[in-house]
Design a protein around this ligand. Structure first.
Ligand SMILES: [Zn+2]
Length: 375
């Protein structure tokens, strides 16, 4: 039912449009046209203004064609932005695989998700397939902060069940758990002094910070938990005892209690070690997003599992160590799974996707819509 050639051509068209995070205007306009052409009601929210992007999130609605109030409203989402180097992408097809012919990413992350959703809607409409209300959300600025999803106009969303088409792993891969994530930012304040004349009068903020970091458990903490210090800044000159250092890191865990413990460990270590130097530390912990934990028996998972089987794929329930728009959607009361769409080596110039996987993803969307209607 999926028109392979049409789907591939549309995917190629989408990846050729530059859309670095925050600069989604051009792709948003193109997608708006496509959605309107399909007959959907399209709304662009004000997220662009809020986060400083050139476009907002697109929310498109297709009313159901069945008169059954039991049929759940479904949300399908993918993000419009891409990482760098992602400008002037020239895709090529080699033996059923699409990749970039030059030193850029391909942008299958996440335009494969967008293309699959568009093709699925087209097939549903062409074949008069019964469906409940469908909500399509194309977000801005997912990469580096989930900014679009966080600023989305949720007053426009009715769905309580959703799918974010934005993971590697073959179609059939269903992400049922994802970590909660804390950002930890700390400013260490020492005391400046001339490093040659009177270092004993100073308090070295860099040394204090480094001692603290060296005492922290960082990296892979356990199978569910990770931690990192990713930024360190400070110092003005070699002859000045630095009075200021800034460090920033993160902790993630599938288990919120473990996240709290790891975060506490990092903060306490900072306070204790920095204290030994008579330096001061100001710490700010921010919850970037909460964990996802979907039950295997929940409708959102069941539909995806059955949809994969319907088209002859083996469903695979798994977890991820990363965040996605689904992390934010779940927080907002939408029971939302992330689907593997077959994109490979994302965020690298070797990124690629099989045409078969692109087609299977569109088919899974169609099957989910059908299942939600018949159950
Ligand atoms: Zn992505």
């Amino acid at each position: 039912m999926v028109n392979r050639e049409r789907l591939v051509n549309e995917f190629l068209e989408l990846v050729k449009v530059d859309s670095p995070s925050g600069q989604e205007r051009q792709i948003a306009e193109l997608l708006k046209q496509k959605l309107i052409h399909l007959g959907l009601d399209v709304y662009e929210d004000n997220a662009g203004g809020e986060v400083g992007a050139t476009a907002g999130n697109l929310i498109a609605t297709l009313p159901g064609n069945v008169k059954n109030e039991e049929v759940p409203v479904l949300l399908f989402s993918a993000h419009m932005d891409t990482v760098e180097p992602g400008r002037g992408i020239k895709p090529i097809i080699e033996e059923g695989v699409i990749r970039s012919s030059t030193d850029t990413i391909l942008g299958a992350d996440d335009k494969a998700g967008i293309a699959a959703i568009l093709e699925a809607i087209r097939v549903i409409l062409e074949n008069d397939i019964e469906h409940g209300e469908l909500e399509i959300v194309f977000t801005i600025w997912e990469e580096g902060g989930l900014k679009g999803a966080k600023a989305l106009d949720y007053s426009r969303i009715n769905a309580k069940i959703g799918y974010v088409l934005d993971s590697d792993g073959e179609p059939g891969t269903i992400i049922v758990s994802a970590p909660a994530h804390n950002n930890i930012a700390a400013t260490i304040k020492g005391k400046a002094a001339h490093a040659g004349q009177c270092p004993e009068n100073g308090v070295n903020a860099i040394v204090a910070a480094s001692k603290a970091i060296s005492k922290m458990n960082i990296g892979r903490i356990d199978s569910e938990t990770t931690a990192n210090i990713g930024i360190i800044k400070g110092g003005k000159a070699t002859n000045i005892v630095p009075d200021h250092t800034y460090i920033e890191g993160e902790a993630r865990s599938l288990d919120v209690k473990k996240l709290e413990l790891q975060t506490k460990h990092m903060c306490e270590t900072l306070k204790t070690e920095v204290g030994k130097f008579n330096a001061e530390v100001i710490i700010k912990v921010t919850r970037e997003y909460n964990a996802i934990k979907l039950s295997e028996n929940s409708p959102v998972v069941e539909y995806a599992v059955q949809a994969a089987r319907k088209i002859g794929l083996t469903p695979k329930l798994t977890h991820t160590g990363g965040g996605s728009d689904a992390s934010v959607f779940n927080e907002r009361g939408i029971s939302c799974a992330v689907l593997g769409i077959g994109m490979n080596k994302v965020h690298t110039v070797d990124e690629n996707i099989k045409i078969d996987d692109l087609c299977n993803t569109a088919n899974i969307v169609i099957e989910i819509v059908k299942l939600a209607c018949s159950n």
